[in-house]
Design a protein around this ligand. Structure first.
Ligand code: FMN
Length: 180
């Protein structure tokens, strides 16, 4: 089984990374091949809404999304990881999600149907309801794309780097156990 992590935080040593690292280590222990993609390091242009991608699944924009699309097709499990930025995922991750319109064909059938997804998020607020708009967006997006949502881990009260509580790292490890 192959997994891809779409890592949406610009900080490679922050709270999102700690969560992803715990999840990823447990996935690797299960024998799953995990590929990490640091979206912030890549050139991903915003979707232009031209829908030229629908017939063949090929986007007109020639940038790093081309490789990411290939990696997603090669993966059984997609991990969407991001801090909450203004009640949504980071711009880095949202750009990649917008470009996922190329996963539809011209009849809006999904080309990624049957893949599985996990979400990993953290935020500074101590109120876990802060994650609600993002999780709702993920659920609806997965539903449209025919992706099975395995579940997510959401860590509140992550203010500075390293403030993430161990209980959430444990939850990330437990989540890995739920991957079939
Ligand atoms: C641009 C920006 C927007 C943010 N928006 C929110 C928010 O709406 N709610 C919240 O609780 N935290 C918000 N935060 C805080 C981050 O979610 C939090 O610090 C998180 O732990 C950062 O993750 P990282 O260490 O992986 O970078 C925001 C931070 C930034 C930089």
């Amino acid at each position: 089984m192959n997994a891809i992590i779409l890592f949406g935080s610009p900080r490679k040593d922050g709270n999102t990374f700690r969560l992803v690292d715990a999840l990823s280590q447990s996935l690797k222990e299960k024998g799953i091949d995990v590929r990490m993609v640091y979206l912030n390091d890549l050139n991903i242009r915003p979707c232009q809404g031209c829908l030229a991608c629908l017939p063949e699944g090929i986007c007109r924009i020639n940038d790093d999304m081309k490789d990411i699309r290939k990696y997603i097709f090669e993966s059984d499990l997609i991990i969407y990881a991001s801090p909450v930025y203004w009640y949504g995922p980071s711009g880095q991750l949202k750009l990649a999600i917008d470009r996922s319109i190329a996963f539809f064909d011209k009849d809006y059938n999904s080309r990624v149907k049957g893949k599985k997804a996990i979400t990993v998020m953290c935020c500074a607020d101590e109120d876990a309801d802060t994650f609600t708009p993002s999780i709702e967006m993920f659920k609806r997006t997965f539903n449209l794309l025919g992706i099975t949502y395995i579940g997510g881990v959401e860590a509140p009260s992550c203010t500075d780097k390293g403030t993430i509580r161990d209980e959430f790292l444990e939850k990330a490890k437990k989540l890995a156990e739920m991957v079939p």
